[in-house]
Design a protein around this ligand. Structure first.
Ligand code: GSH
Length: 217
């Protein structure tokens, strides 16, 4: 079945990055269409593809799946031979908990440290709210790595959906030079070395849209 993933700018769209890196990492064939954020007709164009007017949205024949996490769950169901979620029941349950926590939380970090795949790393002063969220993120990473990460450098060992959900956080920690522990840095390096990460980054570098509100941070 042909799959088309409609995404917003690779440079800025953290929600688009999540299913894209997952699908690319697992070698799932799909076409992608990039729609630019921040244009006068952005909402009108997004609404042609997605009922919420937001990206990412996956089209699979006549099926429309909007929202990053719903897309990831669809891929996990559609490709049961791939360990999209960890195979181990406990790892899977915690991975889903952290993925859900990411999906609904870390609002200060998301708002104050926007993802930007083209930004050169430079330190930014963090508010106390962001510092608290960073501590929680590092706690989550350490817990997953400590309990389930023995067989590889990712949160549950091998790369899985939970890593895809945190990929934009890795970019934020990197580009804003957020002070992190050595194990968190090791995790970040493993993520940023993924061929799928590099492909996305290259795509972002080739984009010509520059949107002030993301670049001015
Ligand atoms: N909860 C949604 C959030 C999707 C979302 O907010 N996408 C942004 C791009 S990262 C968007 O499409 N914004 C449209 C706009 O700003 O006009 C998900 O997980 O997919």
């Amino acid at each position: 079945m042909p799959l088309t993933l409609i995404i917003a700018n690779k440079a800025y769209s953290s929600w688009s990055f999540r299913p894209w890196i997952l699908m690319r990492h697992f070698g799932i064939a799909f076409e992608d269409i990039t729609l630019p954020l921040g244009q006068a007709d952005t909402t009108e164009i997004f609404l042609r593809y997605s009922p919420t007017g937001k990206c990412p949205v996956l089209h699979a024949d006549d099926l429309v799946i909007w929202d990053s996490l719903a897309i990831i769950e669809y891929i996990a169901e559609k490709f049961p031979d791939l360990a999209v979620w960890p195979r181990d029941e406990k790892a899977r349950a915690e991975a889903r908990s952290f993925a859900a926590e990411m999906h609904s939380g870390f609002l200060r970090t998301r708002g104050q440290l926007p993802m930007n795949m083209r930004r050169k790393p430079a330190a930014k002063e963090l508010t106390p709210e962001v510092v608290a969220e960073v501590a929680r993120l590092e706690e989550a990473f350490a817990r997953m790595r400590g309990r389930f990460g023995q067989d590889g450098p990712f949160l549950a060992g091998a790369f899985s959906a939970v890593d895809a959900m945190f990929a934009p956080i890795v970019n934020r920690f990197h580009i804003y030079e957020v002070p992190v522990s050595a194990p968190t840095r090791d995790y970040m390096e493993a993520m940023m070395a993924l061929p799928a990460w590099r492909d996305w980054e290259q795509g972002a570098a080739q984009e010509s849209w520059f949107i002030e509100k993301y670049e001015a941070v």
